[in-house]
Design a protein around this ligand. Sequence first.
Ligand code: ME8
Length: 531
Amino acid sequence: MADKQTYYITTPIYYPSGKLHIGNSYTTIACDVLARYKRLQDFDVFFLTGTDEHGLKIEQKAQDLNMTPKEYVDMMAEAIQKLWQELEITNDKFIRTTDEYHEEAIQKIFQKLLDKGDIYLGSYKGWYSVSDEEYFTESQLAEVYRDEQGNMIGGKAPSGHEVQLVEEESYFFKMGKYADRLVEYYNEHPDFIIPQSRKNEMLNNFIKPGLEDLAITRTSFDWGVKVPNDPKHVVYVWIDALCNYITALGYGSKDQELFNKYWPADVHMVGKEIVRFHTIYWPIILMALDLPLPKHIIGHGWLVMRDGKMSKSKGNVVYPEMLTKRYGLDALRYYLMRAVPFGNDGIFTPEDFVQKINYDLANDLGNLLNRTVAMINKYRGGVIPTLTSNVTAFDLDLEKSAKEAITEYETNMDQAHFALALEALWKFVSRSNKYIDETEPWVLAKDEAKTEELDSVLAHLAASLRLIAILLQPVMTHAPKEIFTQLGLPLDNMAIKEVDYFALPENTTVVKKGTPIFPRLDIEAEVEYIK
Ligand code: ME8
C-alpha cells in the first residue's frame, strides 16, 4: 500500500501572558478544522500547537505575581492545554519553548548560523527605557525631545518612562544577504503567502526598503535560551519561537524521524499581525539552515468587537468557556468558522452569535433532522427506504445541488475558506428543507399510487442529512454523530474522501423519536446573558 500523503499544520505558539480568549481559540479551531478535514481525506496529519514562554513580558508577568518565570509558565501551559482539550483540539503535539529539547536545538541552530558566518557579534544602539526594559524606535515613542537643530536627544516611551540612548553588545543575523532569494521564492510560489494582498504589503513595506541585519540577542534580561559560550546573551524570543516548527519534529536532536517525514510544513496558520515574522524572518532562517521552506503561510483576519480589538483594558474580552458551557462546543466552533470572512476581520456581537445558532443550527439544520426522522417514523415505521435517483420531479434538482455543495465545500476547505465552505453547506441545508415543501410528503402519504414517490422523498432527505453530517465533521465534533445516530446509520463510515450522496446504507432504522440537536434560544435573554 502506498504511503499516505503527509500534512503538517501549525498554529502560532501563544504567549502565556494571560488567559486565552476567543481570538486565539479562533486560530486553533481553524487549524483543528483543517487537521480533521485532512484526516478524513486520508492524509497522514501532524498538527502542532504550543506556547511561547520566554522573553521579558513573561518574566515581568511572573514577577508581578511573585512567582518564578518557570512556575508561572508551568501554570499557564497547563491551563492552555486544558482549554484545548475542552475545545476538542486534536493536536498531535504541544510544544513549550522551555522544553529542554527545544532549548538545546535552539542553541545548535544558533551555533550553526554562527559557524556559517550568518551571525556576527556587533553592537546595537537605540532608545531604551530601563523601566520597560525595551528598545523603541522613534515612531514608537509617545514623546520625542529635540535640540535646536532638530536632532533627537531623548523622549518618553508609551508607558511614560524616559528613554535614553543605549549601546549594547548584540549578535546580529545577516538578513539582507537572503533578501533576493526571498523575493525570488515569493515570485516562484505565488501561493506561499495567503491571501496574496499580504504579500504585496511584505514586499513594499519591508523588503523593498531594504532588510537590515536583525539584532537577535538581548543582554538586558535572562529569561530565554542562552547563547552557546556567551551566556550573558539570550536569544531573541522571535528566533526562539519561530524555530519551534522544526524543533517540535526533532530537528536539532538525535531523533529526526518526524522531521524527515513531515517537514516542510503544509500550513503555518497565523493572525495577520505576525505574517511579517513568518514570511520574512522565518523563511530567511530556513534558507540559512539550508532547509526547505513551508508551503503556505495563511494570515487570517482578526475577530474584533464592536468597539475594536479585544483588550483587557477595554473590558471587552470574550472567553470561550463561557460560550461552550451554555451553548455547547459545536455552536462555538460553528460560529467562529462562519464569523471571520477569509482575509478580513469578523465582528463578534452577542446578537450575531445567538442568531446564527438559532437560525442556522436550531431552525435550518435542526428542523431538517426532526422533520425527516418524524416522517420516516410516521410513514415507513422508522425504516429508511432505498434511495433511487430521479423518481419525483424534484429529485434531480436536489441531487444536482448535493453535487454542487460537495464541490463548493471542498474547493473552499482546500483553501481554508471556512466561512464559504459552511455557506455552501447551508445552502444545501436550505435546499433540502425547500425540497420538503416542494414534494409535500404529507400529501403523497394520502395517495397509494404515490408510494414510490414518498419512498424517494424520504430516502433523499436521509441522504441529504447523511451528506451534511459527513461534511460537518471537521467543524462540529458532536452533531454529525448525533445525526448519524438518529438516522440509525453506522458510525464507521464517515470519511469525506470521495463522499457519495447515493451511498446511503440500506435498511437502517431511525430512532423512535428525534430530540433537537440544537435547542432554540430566546434571543433577547441570551444576548443579555452574553453581554
Ligand atoms: O504572537 N482574532 O503570540 P500571541 C483572531 N507568541 N486571532 C487572534 C486574535 C483575534 N482577536 N487574538 C489573537 C504571538 N489571535 C507569538 C507567536 S509563533 C512562532 C509566535 C491569534 O499569544 C492569532 O493567530 O500574541 C495571532 O496571530 C495569535 O493569536 C497571537 O498570539
